[in-house]
Design a protein around this ligand. Sequence first.
Ligand code: FES
Ligand code: FE2
Length: 449
Amino acid sequence: MVLEALDRAVGEDAPVGTAITAAQKGQASPTMVPAARYTSPEFAAREIERMWPKVWQVACTVDHVSDPGDYFEYRVGPYSVLIVRDDDGTLRAYQNVCRHRGNALCTGAGKGLSELRCGYHRWSWDLRGRLREVPSRKGFGVLRNDDFPLFAASVDTWGPLVFVNLDPEAMPLLEYLEGAPADLEWIGFDDFRGEALVTMDVEANWKVVADGFSETYHVQGLHREMIASMDDIDAPQRVWGHASKSSQRYGVPSPRFRGGLDDQTVWDSFVITQGMRMGVAEVGPVPERAEGESLSDVIAARIRATSAEKGADLSRFDTDQMLTLHQYNLFPNSTVLVTPDLLSVLSAKPGPDPDHAEMVAIHFRRAPSADAPRSEPMTVALGGQPADLGFVLNADVSVAPAIQRGMHQPGFTHLALSGEEIRIINTHRNLERYLGIDPSDMTGGPADD
Ligand code: FES
Ligand SMILES: [Fe+2]
């Protein structure tokens, strides 16, 4: 029903354009980005060498490492970082390498560490990274413990998210995230608890995956079921530097439907795409409304009621707050999707070659308060098995291999980006900074004035 209504209502001349930053409104011609950035092994190697060891990345949730002795190994490309909660409760991170002959100290995640002991020849460090024990020490001659601490990496948190940066001298995380944390302060970010971390292989460059979560232009193409219950046009975007943002209002039809849509169609679309937020699995008649109540009010009330059943009181959030999805893109590879009742973080990491990536989806639930108890999230590595991430995300993931194949076609030398795709353009500008591409080899874009 939704699709039929769409095909009737959306014509070739549907309004386009999105309220975006002033700088991008004036794009004079498409921003052209070299496709080789998505396919070239040399480009991928340069990312590994210059970018990945220098950027803050979402590694896991606070719930993975909440108690002393908890650890979580974060891998990206060839790098492995060990995140550890030490005996004093301080989060620490180390390059995951034994200083004797290079063995990894730990793999996976777990609890109850009291030391970091290499399994090969049993050198051992305390959780603060100080060398404590070297079996048969005499054979080394003079070996001072102080000369062989673990190599520190940077670690910090934003709400329930743990970030790492391989660079021990990295700028503070809060500075890197720029305006994002203050922008989200109203929501009570610390109330969220990590529930599941799912990793899966995707046959596409990591940027193909990340780009898919950096614009809403594709909603009218790939997620047609959604635009009957989402304003994909008046979705303001904001770009700081490493961080950027888009906000989208749900529970209303896209302005692409000139003259609007009837409530039943909007309701059906919301149920199909996000019904679980209301605890509704199947489409049915639109609920009765009280005098003066909009369909949005009804949807918001149902979401609040569903959250209340799980112990989270969201009565302080109004209809607009309940139904606006805030999407933060954090350079290079993560998207934080958040409303008062839901939080998901999607990240894309490089795979073994430029045509493969690993996608990480972290789902959270809202606890009654910031000091609610924590439990260890479920951690699932699916490899190449198909994942069910829900109706909308499944579509995003399934289109990626076709895009990657397209990137290899000889005629396709450049992506042609709209000003509406400012967050993808921003990713490429940041990439150029980290990789030292100067002058830029992107062309077009804003008028020079
Ligand atoms: S490699 Fe770790 S103790 Fe030898
Ligand atoms: Fe999508």
